[in-house]
Write a protein that binds this ligand. Structure first.
Ligand code: AMP
Ligand code: MG
Length: 505
């Protein structure tokens, strides 16, 4: 544990008995952007899982920390010393319709800690009980979805996709009513920040340009300190967010991830994946893949995600109009529109460069985009397992084609594309072994497959965490093939049927 230090002039508290040194810039600098909250104590908080490496990076010593004390403090009934629990306000477009008043309805920001790498991190608790933004909800979370977010967010991190991280999962000792009584739970998660597109929409909708500017300047100080002094900083800030989102969504698509509820209140300014509700990874490649039970129109289907991200960014741009040019809104709109127009190119560049790596291509050739589009066309809607395809393509690129070719009901589709791929490989300087190695460190073998996630969560709710731990172990080292983990590399059995996920559970 680090040595204790007196509260500094920089606003940091002392190192508390968890080993955390809070430094709460949001509550210090943004009075009026949140509501302080005091939670009721959970009846019997119990730590279910603690993420040791992440805890260590925040200053905690996971091996010596008192687990009961940690559970009491992370359930917010007995908040950690120098934390400042608060519910953030925000608004948001939900399935396209604007809600001017949202906010943390079942979550709170405990405070911020600067990690061992010097990065400021929010510690956020989900499921701590109602706030004044709960809109009639109970403010609670239950064990299954909490563990689901734990698994999926840690898998995303291991895949190199920016995402909030899971610090700990706990049960509260309370029974929470959903369709049936379920064990109440809390997820402690960590993010670069919880600022959302919806945070800006809240103040824009109220025409509160003073607070809007304070929020934007706070976000710039926190995420892009190199532009704080720029006269055009708000436009530059917008460009940075556009670029971070283009890169993020490309990574989702490359990994086969469907967020499921890309409302503007679930889009983080930091470029991290946030609010894992009805998310899922695709098995079979299908642009129309959709798992969320509430997304009847398919708004947030797999292949729609880049377009939706751009739509959300347009809503973000609208909020910045009064900052970008207070005297000439038309000019501001023009400049923001131009910046937004950059999204498509940035997205395609990020996707293509990721696709090159998936295909084991070290160089760049003019025909690469056409080759990648040909691949999408070949896979789309034919029931081909997306993750396995790339793992099997790797040996095919060295001559062993059987396992990948046999995935196709009509191998003619594959042969046609594969000939073009072989021609392309001829242009590479790289040797076959280097290509194979590149493909196997780019294409995961283990992803959180839906049937395995469901199996792990069902067992966990019955008190057996072994399947959860095994799946977590598989997906947090997703590239390295290990003995005994074959079941995690296989598609769902046909009997699993179509998959449905649920929001806000
Ligand atoms: P989500 O789709 O999980 O991002 O939630 C959308 C909004 O609904 C957020 O403002 C949440 O705080 C709120 N919310 C979701 N579930 C609950 C709940 N059980 N109780 C209170 N508020 C909730
Ligand atoms: Mg949300």
């Amino acid at each position: 544990m680090r040595g204790r230090s007196a509260p500094g002039t920089d606003g940091r508290g002392s190192v508390n008995d968890l080993g955390l040194q809070f430094d709460n810039s949001y509550s210090r600098e943004l009075e009026g952007f949140f509501e302080r909250i005091r939670c009721a104590e959970a009846p019997a908080p119990r730590l279910v899982r603690l993420n040791h490496p992440l805890a260590r990076s925040l200053g905690m010593d996971p091996d010596s920390v008192d687990r009961d004390m940690l559970a009491r403090q992370l359930s917010a009934g007995e908040p950690p010393a120098d934390s400042d629990p608060l519910a953030m306000v925000y608004a948001g477009h939900q399935f396209g319709a604007f809600s001017p008043q949202l906010g943390d309805g079942r979550a709170l920001l405990l405070g911020e800690v600067v990690d061992t790498g010097g990065v400021r991190r929010d510690i956020h608790l989900k499921g701590t009980g109602p706030t004044s933004f709960s809109r009639g909800g109970d403010g609670k979370a239950v064990l299954g979805p909490v563990l689901r977010e734990y698994l999926v967010s840690e898998a995303m991190h291991a895949l190199g996709i920016p995402a909030t991280r899971a610090l700990a999962a706990l049960t509260t000792g309370e029974t929470v009513m959903r369709e049936q009584p379920l064990p109440g739970a809390i997820l402690a998660r960590v993010a670069r920040s919880h600022l959302r597109v919806g945070s800006f929409q809240y103040f824009a909708a109220r025409r509160d340009n003073v607070r809007l500017r304070r929020l934007a300047d706070y976000a710039i100080r926190r995420h892009h300190p190199d532009i704080v002094k720029e006269e055009d900083r708000w436009l530059l800030f917008f460009e940075r967010v556009v670029s971070a989102q283009a890169s993020l969504i490309a990574k989702w698509i490359l990994a086969g991830f469907v967020h499921g509820v890309m409302n503007t209140d679930n889009m983080a300014i930091s470029g991290e994946t946030i609010d894992f509700g009805p998310c899922a990874f695709i098995d079979a490649f299908d642009q129309a893949a959709l798992f969320s039970s509430i997304d009847e129109g398919g708004r947030y289907a797999f292949g729609n995600q880049p377009a939706i991200a751009q739509w959300n960014l347009a809503r973000f741009a609208e909020t910045l109009v009064p900052l970008v040019d207070p005297d000439d809104p038309d000019r501001a709109v023009e400049r923001l529109t131009e910046a937004l127009g950059g999204f498509a190119g940035l997205y395609v560049d990020a996707w293509l460069s990721g696709m090159r790596a998936k295909l084991g291509l070290a160089g760049e050739e003019e025909g690469d985009l056409a080759l990648a589009h040909g691949l999408v066309k070949m896979l789309d809607g034919k029931g081909i397992d997306y993750t396995l395809f790339f793992r099997r393509l790797a040996p095919a690129s060295t001559g062993r084609t059987d396992s990948v070719r046999s995935m196709f009901a009509d191998p003619g589709f594959f042969d046609e594309w594969f000939d073009l791929y072989l021609e392309r490989i001829e242009l590479e300087d790289q040797d076959a072994q280097a290509r194979l190695a590149l493909m196997n460190r780019t294409n995961p073998l283990y992803i959180p497959r839906n049937h395995k996630v469901e199996e792990a969560l069902a067992a966990a709710v019955e008190g057996d965490l072994c399947p959860f731990d095994r799946l977590l172990e598989a997906v947090t080292s997703p590239y390295e093939e290990r003995r005994g983990l074959t079941e995690f590399a296989e598609p769902a059995p046909a009997a699993f049927g179509p998959y449905r996920t649920f929001c806000g559970t």
